[in-house]
Design a protein around this ligand. Structure first.
Ligand SMILES: O=c1ccn([C@@H]2O[C@H](COP(=O)(O)O)[C@@H](O)[C@H]2O)c(=O)[nH]1
Length: 276
């Protein structure tokens, strides 16, 4: 599809670099900006950060949990963040890590994916704990709406290893079997609508995963506060870095609330994230 998420990201990344700015309005982040821990604080945090990030970064990733904790008002703000991101020319990945089956998976697509969905996001993150093939309705919606789904394959946190590295009956690890399924889903495209979340913190393990995903985008959280650098991501993903979206949340927000300092931090990360 001409106007697919992948094609839009590849074009934007040539212009702006590969950076994804994570929007994580946690209690700590609001306190660090001297904002009240209520809806007004949430709105001021998001309006400032997204207003500066959306015209500079390729992708904005609001973490849904930090909006959900404010109830319906928070979800309304999540929708406004998606709109503000689009106005700034960036793509949105709502980090909601949804995952279910059948009509419920369809409903998650109706909620998040593409024009006509409730939130109107360009992409959503998903879990495959109920089976990656159970996410088929979400994948179908992504394909027909020029949107994307990023399935957690190998997360950035150490606690993920036990489950994601466990061996399936066929001998592949759970993560490797997800890679095979994603590659099947993306078979019709040079770069397909089903991406993989692969942590920025995995080091040498990354190459084996990337080799199994020749036509997928990668969302790589873990840069900054979790210890990885953009240089680590470039090294780990090697030739596949052209399809990689390194994501930074706290390490950017912590430059605020000063707007010039925030803009400077985002521009530095965006410059560093460019393909050499
Ligand atoms: O494997 C994963 C998947 C998602 N995340 C999320 O990304 C951000 C990371 O925030 P930082 O402040 O840049 O560490 C956060 O919303 C996580 O829930 C992840 O870290 N790892």
């Amino acid at each position: 599809m001409q106007n697919s998420f992948a094609n839009r990201f590849l074009a934007l990344s040539r212009e702006r670099g590969h950076l994804c700015v994570g929007i994580d309005p946690s209690s700590e982040a609001l306190a660090a900006w001297d904002l009240p821990h209520d809806f007004s604080g949430l709105v001021r945090f998001c309006d400032t950060l997204v207003g500066i990030a959306a015209p500079r970064a390729a992708v904005i990733k609001p973490q849904s949990a930090f909006f959900e904790r404010f109830g319906p008002d928070g979800m309304q703000e999540l929708k406004r963040v998606v709109w503000q991101t689009r106005a700034g020319g960036a793509l949105t990945i709502v980090d909601a890590k949804r995952g279910d089956l059948g009509s419920t998976a369809t409903a998650y697509g109706d909620a998040f994916l593409g024009a006509g969905s409730a939130f109107g996001s360009d992409a959503v993150t998903a879990h495959a704990y109920l089976g990656i093939d159970a996410l088929a309705p979400l994948f179908t919606r992504a394909k027909s709406h020029g949107a994307a789904v990023f399935v957690v394959v190998r997360s950035s946190n150490p606690e993920g290893t036990l489950l994601q590295s466990a061996r399936t009956a066929g001998g592949l690890s759970v993560a490797e079997s997800f890679c095979e399924a994603i590659t099947r889903q993306n078979a019709a495209d040079d770069v397909g609508p089903i991406g993989a979340v692969v942590g920025a913190t995995l080091g040498d393990e990354t190459a084996g995963i990337v080799a199994r995903l020749p036509n997928a985008l990668f969302l790589a959280p873990g840069v900054g506060a979790q210890g990885a650098t953009v240089a680590d991501v470039k090294r780990a993903f090697g030739g596949a870095y052209a399809r990689c979206i390194p994501s930074v949340s706290r390490a950017i927000a912590m430059a605020g609330p000063n707007e010039m300092a925030l803009a400077d931090r985002i521009e530095r990360y965006a410059d560093e994230s460019r393909l050499a």
